[in-house]
Design a protein around this ligand. Structure first.
Ligand SMILES: [Zn+2]
Length: 247
């Protein structure tokens, strides 16, 4: 790969959503019942979360370069995720984005995307560790909270409360923001630790070497990519290392 772009969600953030095709319209009808809901707080059922994640994933896939099945990155990811079809009630599907970001994300609908930039610096076990960690964010409700925040922000921007709940109108223009909420999610220290522990258990469960979680955390570059959303990795590495020692 000679020239890779940064992922679209990272490069253009929310602005791109405004020019997104209306065919991408997300149906928030069920999720965003009225302007009043948007003002008070948004309650999202598991079905809402999955349906919105489906559409955010689709948007993200349509706006990034996906490695075709014949691509070296795609083949490698397929090989190292062999046997990972269902995880903790989520049906997983994997794709590589041909972007240089050191990043990955997972959604509650099983959409797992790994950036080529991460695969360039990580061993197979380390990539699995990141995947387990990201699934943790989805299973533990962290991504749902980000989704809710993005929907609320979108509703506020579009003046839904004032105009009586034009959910359809929000939809088309806010999809990029929703995708961004997954790709560049900023999690708290507590959430990161919880996802690390989930990832550690994931490694154990599948018989992968859990120490790969430790080496991955040590490998994360300072600043940008995975680290900006995953702070203080040396401390986190120590925590997981202690778990590995205990067995
Ligand atoms: Zn994380």
């Amino acid at each position: 790969m000679t020239k890779m772009k940064t992922s679209v969600a990272i490069a253009t953030a929310m602005a791109v959503a405004l020019t997104a095709a209306s065919a991408d319209a997300i149906d928030l009808g069920g999720a965003l019942k009225s302007g009043t809901d948007a003002a008070k707080g948004l309650s999202l059922s598991d079905d809402d979360v999955r349906s919105i994640a489906d559409q955010a994933c689709e948007w993200s896939d349509a706006h990034n370069t996906i490695a075709p099945p014949s691509d070296t990155y795609a083949k490698r990811l397929q090989k190292l995720t062999a046997g990972l079809a269902n995880e903790d009630g989520i049906r997983l599907n994997f794709k590589v984005y041909l972007v240089r970001d050191v990043n990955a994300f997972a959604m509650a609908n099983g959409c797992v995307r790994v950036m080529a930039g991460l695969m360039d610096i990580a061993g197979d076990g380390e990539i699995r560790a990141v995947i387990g960690h990201e699934i943790g964010h989805a299973k533990l409700g962290h991504t749902k909270a980000k989704m809710r925040t993005a929907l609320m922000a979108g509703a506020a921007r579009e003046g839904v409360a004032a105009s009586g709940g034009k959910a359809g109108a929000i939809a088309a223009s806010e999809l990029g923001g929703l995708a961004e909420a997954f790709v560049n999610a900023q999690f708290s220290q507590k959430e990161e630790s919880a996802a690390d522990e989930y990832g550690y258990a994931f490694m154990r469960k599948h018989g992968y070497d859990p120490h790969a979680m430790v080496t991955m955390l040590r490998k994360l570059p300072a600043g940008g990519g995975l680290l900006s959303s995953h702070p203080s990795s040396p401390d986190r590495a120590k925590k997981i290392e202690a778990l590995v020692r205990k067995g």
